[in-house]
Design a binder for this molecule. Structure first.
Ligand SMILES: [Zn+2]
Ligand SMILES: [Zn+2]
Length: 112
């Protein structure tokens, strides 16, 4: 092969590699970020799901006069409650939403 042809091939090859790598970086970064976010959200959801005890309000063990998140005082016996390790209880759906969106800490005593 003549040197000129080799150089052209080489330059062409480098251009293709740069193009592919550049393209990959542009597409892969948002995917990677989204993947990391999804994984973090999944872990958080699992932690929210696994913390504390879930009881029905009608259960003898569950004692809750008021859910301090929605300020509801008349808690129906069939409603699901979640009691955090600090022994504070809330509607399950209220505290799960709170912990998913705001903070994993108990809204009353701030313990994790
Ligand atoms: Zn509530
Ligand atoms: Zn608490």
């Amino acid at each position: 092969m003549e040197p000129a042809v080799v150089t052209r091939l080489f330059v062409g090859g480098v251009a293709v590699v740069v193009f592919i790598v550049g393209g990959l970086r542009c597409c892969a970064a948002p995917c990677y970020m989204a993947w990391r976010e999804r994984r973090a959200a999944e872990r958080r959801r699992q932690e929210v799901e696994s913390t504390g005890r879930v009881l029905l309000a009608g259960d003898g063990e569950a004692e809750l006069e008021q859910c301090m998140i929605c300020c509801e005082e008349n808690i129906a016996p069939e409603e699901e409650l979640r009691f955090l390790p600090c022994s504070h209880g809330f509607h399950k759906q209220c505290i799960d939403k709170w912990r998913l969106q705001f903070s994993l800490a108990c809204p009353l005593c701030r313990s994790q």
